[in-house]
Design a protein around this ligand. Structure first.
Ligand SMILES: *[C@@H]1O[C@H](CO)[C@@H](O)[C@H](O)[C@H]1NC(C)=O
Ligand SMILES: *[C@@H]1O[C@H](CO)[C@@H](O)[C@H](O)[C@H]1NC(C)=O
Ligand SMILES: *[C@@H]1O[C@H](CO)[C@@H](O)[C@H](O)[C@H]1NC(C)=O
Ligand SMILES: *[C@@H]1O[C@H](CO)[C@@H](O)[C@H](O)[C@H]1NC(C)=O
Ligand SMILES: [Zn+2]
Length: 426
């Protein structure tokens, strides 16, 4: 999700005080349960109300979960800790701002989304433990990639492009017809840049499965090669499974602060450090001390650069919001070939039948955010570069129930026909 997320609890109270390091770790541990946390939805009616809301959220250290574009009458969503709910209610009532409680107890929703999930029980009949009816740990996802590479050597190459901060391997799957010697144009897809957006790796692995294991999709390999990286930020992803379901960033440690992690989608090296980024390491949109400080973004960018002559389309999967976003994201600025990019995105989105997506410039549709992977891909000459914010539009947000995985994936997959047909001509 591109949304401006600022965990002000950490930043304003502890960040400036290095001696508070152990205390803050304590807070971090306590924050791991979201029991009693609520998600409030507020529709702002005027700029005056927006300003009041901004002041209140700042004063009470409330995390803004989702922020609509300034001139749109969409809802703002707030993650409200139990200890401030009473006061916040009073303040909003005084300001004549109404709100709706969208999620009454966040931990209940989190538990509901994870309880049925079965970790790493190898299905001996299938030879792997992946399915698309539950969200999976990294061991299942990586196990599936290894399984595919050994089962379909003529079609799958498993490429280790580096290691994460916590020393997990970073894998890209190349899917191609290895008996064909022609150099083909390629499509890149990545998932899991942001740890808590679980639907993203789920869709990336679904796409891998469709391309590799479903004979009816063989035509998609005729003129195009595919590079798919299902989990770009494996450390963060595992942390959302073990410790904090709503973790977003990497897990890197900086010597000068106890706050961990960089927003990988603010860490790419184009217009790095611009609008919509933070210098505060406790912020959810912390950009890092320079571009590509994170081993995950560095390895990914180096690999993509090494294939830049063949990769013609860059697709990065996030959630949530149901939108197809087109560079530039660093500001409301349009590339000279924007209309080509828009036309293709609209044709792709037209393939969706269950979910409606909005399409547009990412800075205009949401707000500017510099250092994103899509801008960087565009900047190195990949003509078609998109960020897809997957389902939903906020009913569950990051906590999309596992029962939605298959519907989202099945709805999305046909859009790849459109992308592949275009890329085949380049
Ligand atoms: C509060 O909102 C109601 C309904 O929108 C409006 O009629 C009323 O004038 C508002 N009161 C204040 C003090 O803004
Ligand atoms: C629990 O998840 C199911 C779908 O898996 C959903 O229909 C239901 O509304 C969820 N309940 C809560 C309380 O979130
Ligand atoms: C989880 O795994 C156990 C043991 O392998 C199995 O009995 C159970 O049916 C599984 N549950 C689901 C929901 O897949
Ligand atoms: C793979 O490439 C070979 C050689 O060009 C070709 O004969 C074969 O039909 C291709 N397979 C598929 C599934 O496209
Ligand atoms: Zn995201």
């Amino acid at each position: 999700m591109l949304t401006l997320l600022v965990l002000l609890v950490f930043s304003s109270v502890f960040a400036a005080d290095p001696s508070a390091a152990t205390e803050e770790v304590g807070i971090d541990e306590k924050a791991l349960s979201y029991s009693g946390f609520q998600v409030w939805s507020i529709t702002i009616l005027s700029n005056g109300e927006r300003e009041i809301l901004r002041k209140i959220t700042e004063q009470y250290n409330v995390e803004v979960w989702k922020e609509p574009k300034t001139d749109k009458a969409a809802a703002t969503e707030l993650l409200v800790a139990p200890q401030v709910q009473k006061e916040l209610k009073v303040k909003l009532t005084q300001a004549n701002i109404s709100y709706v409680i969208k999620i009454n107890d966040l931990q209940t929703t989190i538990d509901n989304g994870t309880a049925k999930h079965n970790t790493s029980s190898i299905n001996t009949k299938a030879g792997h433990s992946m399915d698309w009816t539950s969200y999976h740990r990294l061991v299942d996802i990586y196990g599936y990639l290894s399984y595919l590479a050994s089962t379909y050597p003529g079609r799958v190459e498993l490429i280790n492009i580096g290691t994460s901060y916590e020393k997990r391997p970073l894998y890209v799957v190349r899917i191609f017809n290895c008996s064909s010697s022609v150099v083909k144009p390629a499509i890149w897809i990545d998932g899991g840049i942001h740890a808590r957006e679980w639907i993203s790796p789920a869709l990336a692995t679904y796409i891998i499965r469709q391309l590799v294991e479903v004979p009816a999709n063989e035509a998609l390999l005729t003129n195009v090669d595919w590079y798919i990286m299902p989990v770009m930020n494996p450390d963060g992803y595992e942390y959302t499974h073990t410790s904090n379901r709503l973790w977003r960033k990497t897990r890197s440690v900086m010597s000068w602060t106890s706050c961990r992690g960089v927003d990988p989608n603010r860490n790419f090296g184009y217009k790095w450090g611009g609008l919509g980024t933070s210098t505060n390491p406790c912020s959810e949109v912390y950009k890092g001390t320079s571009a590509f400080t994170e081993p995950e973004t560095l390895a990914t960018s180096n690999f993509i650069k090494s294939k830049a002559s063949s990769i013609k389309l860059y697709l990065t999967l996030h959630s949530y919001g149901q939108s197809a976003l087109i560079p530039w994201g660093y500001d409301v600025v349009y590339p000279s070939d924007y209309s080509d990019m828009l036309t293709l995105a609209k044709a792709a989105v037209a393939k969706f039948s269950k979910y409606r997506y909005s399409v547009g410039n990412s800075a205009a549709l949401y707000y500017p955010a510099a250092g994103g992977s899509d801008d960087w891909a565009k900047s190195i000459g990949i003509k078609y570069s998109y960020t897809f914010e997957l389902s939903d539009t906020g009913a569950y947000g990051f906590l999309l129930p596992a029962s939605n995985i298959l519907p989202v994936c099945q709805d999305f997959f046909p859009a790849l026909d459109v992308f592949a047909a275009k890329v085949a001509t380049l």
